[in-house]
Design a protein around this ligand. Structure first.
Ligand code: SF4
Length: 220
């Protein structure tokens, strides 16, 4: 199990389709409640394995990462890490139960849970970055199936290599739905050269000038 992280509020709001509008106390209160419900109930798990890269593929596996975008991302890398993380079934149950009760709390819980699994992955990635810097290495961006031209099927291939079903209770359905639903699979490359990164959402956001939660601003 990995620690339950704090949720990035703006991340949860983005999952609700918010784009910088003013926030009322009622909504903020519901978000606090959602985070508390999740923190009290979920047990996040994460598994990761590092591979040397041979011809753009994790050495010792038959896995060929799908699409051209991932090949470009790994072009300067000597190693790749395959990772998978999940909030577990408790999160799905909590959301389902709340949705059945009606009202907006289920929707807010769903968005908060999406933000929480992202926070789990971000915390892991920050720790990895420190570790890799100690060996004078640099990370690429985290890249998941469904990003760019990478097929969703790659999620199943990553789960099979990592044996996520047995090790963290994460499986992928025939239609490429991850179960439990609040789960992530991804690849991240390691290079000896500094890597270009995607701009942070706030850097390229049209609402930046007026948004109360814009990165770098003091907010509640
Ligand atoms: S400025 Fe940042 S927090 Fe605000 S809406 Fe844009 S991306 Fe979201």
């Amino acid at each position: 199990m990995v620690p339950v992280p704090r949720i990035e509020r703006r991340e949860a709001l983005h999952y609700m389709g918010w784009h910088g509008a003013a926030l009322d106390d009622a909504l903020l209160g519901q978000m606090d409640r959602a985070e508390q419900q999740l923190t009290e109930n979920v047990r996040p798990h994460l598994i990761a394995r590092r591979f040397s890269l041979r011809n753009g593929c994790p050495d010792g596996t038959e896995y060929v990462p799908g699409g051209s975008d991932i090949c470009e991302l790994l072009a300067e890398c000597h190693s790749v890490i395959l990772m998978a993380a999940t909030l577990g079934e408790a999160a799905d149950r909590l959301i389902r139960r709340s949705m059945l009760q009606g009202g907006s709390q289920g929707f807010i819980l769903d968005a908060a849970a999406s933000a929480m699994i992202e926070a789990v992955c971000n915390a892991w990635e920050n720790g990895l970055r420190k570790h890799v810097r100690e060996e004078n290495g640099y990370l690429t961006d985290r890249f998941s199936p469904g990003y760019g031209d990478m097929p969703l099927e790659d999620g199943r291939k990553i789960c099979n290599i990592l044996e996520t079903g047995k090790k963290i209770g994460l499986t992928v359905s025939a239609s490429n739905i991850m179960l439990p639903q609040k789960s992530v699979t991804a690849l991240i490359g390691i290079s000896d050269k500094i890597q270009k990164h995607r701009p942070a959402p706030c850097e390229v956001c049209s609402a930046r000038g007026t948004c109360a939660l814009a990165e770098g601003r003091n907010h509640r």
